[in-house]
Design a protein around this ligand. Sequence first.
Ligand code: S3P
Length: 188
Amino acid sequence: MSEREPEIERGGGLALVGYRGTGKSTIGRLLADRLRRPFVDADDLIVERAGRTIRAIFEESGEPVFRDWEERVLGEVVASRPDAVLATGGGAILRESNRRLLRSFGLVVWLRAEPDELARRLKADSLARHGRPSLTAAGTLREIVDVLEARTPLYRAVSNIELDTQGKTPPEIAEVILNHWSRSEAPV
Ligand code: S3P
């Protein structure tokens, strides 16, 4: 795990970023329980606000419209749930405005895993096959390698902490984050 100095003043929230399959929602729920804070899954909130599945938004309206929803919902969470544990979608870091929002929200934790491990997890996750759109025309492992390579500098730029999830269970990862959280300046 490595840490970075935050460049802008941050609030008391906790956000999880990272590629699909890194466990953001599962670990986010565990953290929210332990910290007795509300849990918000940005993708779930988008589905609620848009009244459509993410796949439907991508297929019917295209990725830019989905990204607009994502930006609106992140802004809503930062403004109205400043104490939340927030699980973001894998591409929430793409827009600079979102990265600024996340850094102002609170501690940003980047959950990492190697592409082959992500491919394995996503294959095992039926939601990944039926509920979420493919991001490129390429097959799974190729897509993961390419997309991850493009996004890595953005995950790195937005996060305060990066954490390798490989070989660890969600409770173990949550524990590492909680240890860091209790030592950080953010109010518990
Ligand atoms: C996306 C990841 C998904 C969802 C959308 C786009 C991405 O979220 O926001 O399908 O661009 O990586 P998860 O990371 O929760 O699967």
